[in-house]
Design a protein around this ligand. Sequence first.
Ligand SMILES: Cc1cc2nc3c(=O)[nH]c(=O)nc-3n(C[C@H](O)[C@H](O)[C@H](O)COP(=O)(O)OP(=O)(O)OC[C@H]3O[C@@H](n4cnc5c(N)ncnc54)[C@H](O)[C@@H]3O)c2cc1C
Length: 537
Amino acid sequence: MERPAAPETNLTGPFRSAAPRGGARPPPFRKLIVVGGGSAGWMAALLLARTLVPKGVEIEVLESPTVGIIGVGEGSTPWLRGFFADLGIEESEWMPACNATYKCGIQFERWSTKPGFERYFHPFASMLDNLTMGMFLQHAHARLNGVDIDAHPDRFFIATRLAHGCKAPRPVHAFPFDIWYGYHFDAVLLGQFLHRKALERGVRYRQCHVADVNRAENGDIASVTTREGGTIAADFFVDCTGFAGLLIQKALGTPFLPYAKNLFNDAAVAMPTPIEGPIASQTVSRAMRHGWMWRIPLTSRYGNGYVYSSSFCSADEAERELRSELGLLDDPTPARHLKMRTGRVTEHWNRNCLAVGLSQGFIEPLEATALLFIQRTAAWFCEVLEEGDLGEASRLRFNERLNRQFEGTRDYIVTHYKTNSRKDTEYWRANAHNGELSDPLKELYGLWLSGRGIANEVRAQTLGVGYPALSWYSIFAGMGCFPEPERLRPPRAGEAYDLEEVGNMLDRAALNYPDQREALAAIAPARKEKSLQVYYW
Ligand SMILES: Cc1cc2nc3c(=O)[nH]c(=O)nc-3n(C[C@H](O)[C@H](O)[C@H](O)COP(=O)(O)OP(=O)(O)OC[C@H]3O[C@@H](n4cnc5c(N)ncnc54)[C@H](O)[C@@H]3O)c2cc1C
């Protein structure tokens, strides 16, 4: 049987950030300290090292020996491709090391109770969508305006076929259509991999617990004092201390803008299960009684977790419901409980401190966007360093850019809850009735309900900063936000595309993509035995 070719990095523009120009401009400072060694700490250290180490700047990561990493965060957006490409790290190197799999999008289940819309797939974009996106939009508009026509997003996108068919999004032969895929990975292994890479690239590492943050007369951070003894000074500090926000929030007092009124979830319970057989290239997000459950396939195990609101359900109830869903009610596998805080700091870059990761904020894991924020924050800060303008106007622009990104993404995630049609618990009823919507979101809902196009509005608003039109149409159509069936009339001639023909075309295209297990075996011929021993905490 023909083996899929070992993938090479072959990325189109939007995934990659600008290459460092290096050279002429003098370094803005001599020493930079990153406090925290979770995914945020190592991703930030690697991106900053790419810009600063060649200029002779010393970068040191400090990590507490007693405070662990959060150890969840195992799904990504397609932008993570750009992170590895920027650093020149091939999939064949990092994916096997992190038990990683490909992800073509997210399968949403049980969020809607409307017949025919009980599940839908939110696809990552692909070049083939240029052929089918117009058809999808035409069908969605027709149904919105009273035509009984199939407008379910699952009928239109290649990514959906690949995910459901357990295929890898890298074609076997030279098939000239790029799929913009993401990944699943073991968070602990990813941290260890990035740690090793950062050390290779000149980043220093010290295990120590930061006990105090010392301010200079002008209010900047001057140094940190560690519990082990000693004070470490630097010119610039990167706060990657997770939800603690030790530097940005506790030391500098940067205000925190909570999202608790927009998004109710504040807790999660997680546990792994074994994986065997074909591996679907998708995250499953299944609505539960008081939140939703993720199911993430790795090569070594499934990661499962239930994200819920502690105002509506106790930790014990959540664990029981998760165990019941997984068929593990009497299983001794321990579950791990987590608290989480949604919202963001008002200034991600404050004085001589940049917050990256959970210290800067968190929306919630529904669309797996947190690593993207880490990547963007660090990459955009590198752009600032390249420009060499660390002045006040530059800082304000930087913070505003990130804040728009946070709000645009938050609004997309809010839409999942707002458009739910479940009535089984107070949690879902409260979400459907939640009036805490941003103005752009209210406008967008108004446009959709009036049957007009939303693509231009999405592009014009912060909403488009978070998610493109494809995603907004997918969510409204996938949740079944259309007139009731009894108000629909049959389509007239020429109003509908032949969806059987579209389906055949997508099926033919999908033949060019290999089975995911085979594709992963091809890039990791000496894969180690799969094991459940490496948990994510
Ligand atoms: C339930 C849940 C699910 C998630 N799912 C996803 C997902 O699917 N996709 C995604 O992109 N993101 C997800 N996330 C978010 C993701 O886990 C985090 O964004 C990511 O792991 C980065 O975390 P971090 O490095 O900011 O913090 P942490 O992992 O908490 O790391 C904090 C670091 O700071 C150090 N530290 C703390 N205090 C001190 C101190 N005093 N001195 C020295 N060091 C200190 C710790 O030792 C640690 O190294 C999820 C989050 C949650 C809660």
